[in-house]
Design a protein around this ligand. Sequence first.
Ligand code: S3P
Length: 439
Amino acid sequence: MSASSQLNVSPGGALRGTIRVPGDKSISHRALMLGSIAEGTTCVHGFLEGQDALATMSAFRSMGVHIEGPNAGEVRIEGVGKHGLRIPAKPIDLGNSGTAMRLMAGLLAGQNFQCILTGDESLNSRPMARVCQPLTQMGARLETGSGGRPPLLIRPVLDELTGINYEMPMASAQVKSSLLLAGLYASGRTCVSEPACTRDHTERMLRAFGYEVTIEDSRVCLAGGGTLLGNDVDVPGDFSSAAFFLVGASIAKGSDLIIECVGVNPTRTGALEILRLMGADISVVNEREMGAEPVADLRVRHSELRGINVPRDLVALAIDEFPILFIAAACARGRTVVSGAHELRVKESDRIDAMAQGLTSLGLQAHPTRDGLIVEGGPISGGIINSRGDHRIAMAFSMSGLLASEEIVVNDCNNIHTSFPGFVQTARRAGLRVAQTHG
Ligand code: S3P
């Protein structure tokens, strides 16, 4: 996409037919990371060819890993083993990806070379102390920029990392994964406990690569010093990308859409439960295993949604889906209240603020709180939305066009490509009246 692409969404339409969404972003990152430090070859099928995962791919290439592809979702990684990475010639630019930076901070903390991790404006304003602080406790030598933000300078480890027992203050799969990856290089055991269950792709993939990960008193634990064995990874469709269509089809009269081969790992599908509580008609069919992860086809039909108080125990399981869930709330009858979602303030944008402002500019009532948002369902006018360069804010507001009375223009949409290349084409094929223009 060019420097300033925008989406123009004409009002109305319904979502129908059968679609697929691109591969899971979290799993694509992890496949590159584990494949690179494994012994032997890893073949990845269904890899997400979006900017975030491609940034991780370049990062490992710059550390001497031979990676072929991506070629229609196929990637072949010649693993160099845990100690085979080489010093990169220049700072590693991870673009927009918080997952890449936080997980790689852990993976690189135990190496015997120095490197710098940096990113785009959004990533360089995101908090990194959440990983740097526990990694430092393990013996890592990390320095951040001002205010605990990137760039990260990772100095060579002096002796060896030491495993720790860490109680995470926030529910974060990125922090958990970062510490587990550092734990691979640490003496003794590394155990992480979380205040609420978060996505477990790292644990599943480590086991698939032959590494023992145990659950002890609700903590995720592993011992350092083991070896990862290259493995094939089948990447399911990204539930987070499917979620835009689950909501779009739920809100638009006449919709009946099937989304094939979507990852339905229960640590990711909180939005499915939230939408069902709101009255959505979604069936999960053809459930099967795809490597280490469960997948299914999702069928969604239009239904009248109602506002709810979102149960707090579902928040971490739906953390990336709140932008589109707030659109569902705007289209529902009555009030929806989300609380306990402070993490939304430190995503690619402050998603509480970005959604409140966008909904207000479409004529809705949306009241931000410290850790959530209260949305009153109501009619949606047309308007201009500033997506703040956040891919999920942009895609969420494009779906609101299905019920809007006038055109919706979404600005600053370049980053849709970080997670959902081909979004506009897929959405148009399903029935969204969207066009993309480049300024
Ligand atoms: C991710 C974890 C989540 C999520 C992000 C991807 C991951 O972040 O928001 O998009 O792949 O581990 P947190 O762990 O910070 O909540």
